[in-house]
Design a protein. Structure first.
Length: 172
């Protein structure tokens, strides 16, 4: 059985996903230390966990490097990430040149990091398993992938509810 799981992991549809990236280890440590509901900001390279500081950063717009950090962690093509964040390709190029995202784009990036963080917790820090799950169509989500639902706040909440049910063993 174990060799079958290992073989399945080698065929992963997430080829470049690191299993133990330093940011993921930092995130898991922040969760263990009870850094509050905003521990997921570690995945974006942010260091302020308190809500007022985070609110201010979102209003100012995140640095473009926050987007690059999650892009690397999630091993997604830039075009896929841009689609998830609802940022047209040309606009994304302008953001890259300016080095900063707009507040609404920052808010969507924050939402993506929140869902990603909760999924990392569900899979106990295993990034490969997390990314496979996020990209897989699920019956509990009417055949949608959890990642596709992060485009909207109601969709992200539904994914978070599913993660909570899975964590507590509720049949979904």
């Amino acid at each position: 059985m174990r060799h079958m799981a290992r073989r399945a992991a080698l065929r992963s549809p997430v080829p470049n996903a690191q299993v133990a990236a330093p940011e993921i280890a930092s995130y898991m440590e922040a969760v263990r230390r009870s850094r509050g509901p905003n521990a997921h900001v570690v995945l974006l390279g942010l260091r302020s966990f308190d809500t007022p500081s985070l609110h201010k950063k979102v209003e100012q717009g995140f640095a473009f490097s926050a987007l690059l950090k999650i892009l690397r962690l999630m091993a997604l093509p830039m075009q896929v990430l841009a689609d998830l964040l609802v940022i047209p390709p040309r606009t994304l190029q302008r953001r890259k040149a300016s080095g900063r995202l707009e507040p609404d784009e920052s808010d969507r990036l924050l939402r993506l990091s929140r869902v990603y963080g909760k999924a990392i917790e569900l899979f106990e820090g295993n990034n490969r398993a997390t990314l496979e799950w996020l990209q897989s169509p699920l019956r509990a989500l009417d055949g949608a992938s959890p990642l596709s639902l992060t485009k909207t706040e109601p969709g992200a909440h539904e994914v978070e509810r599913l993660i909570n049910r899975l964590e507590y063993g509720v049949f979904s």
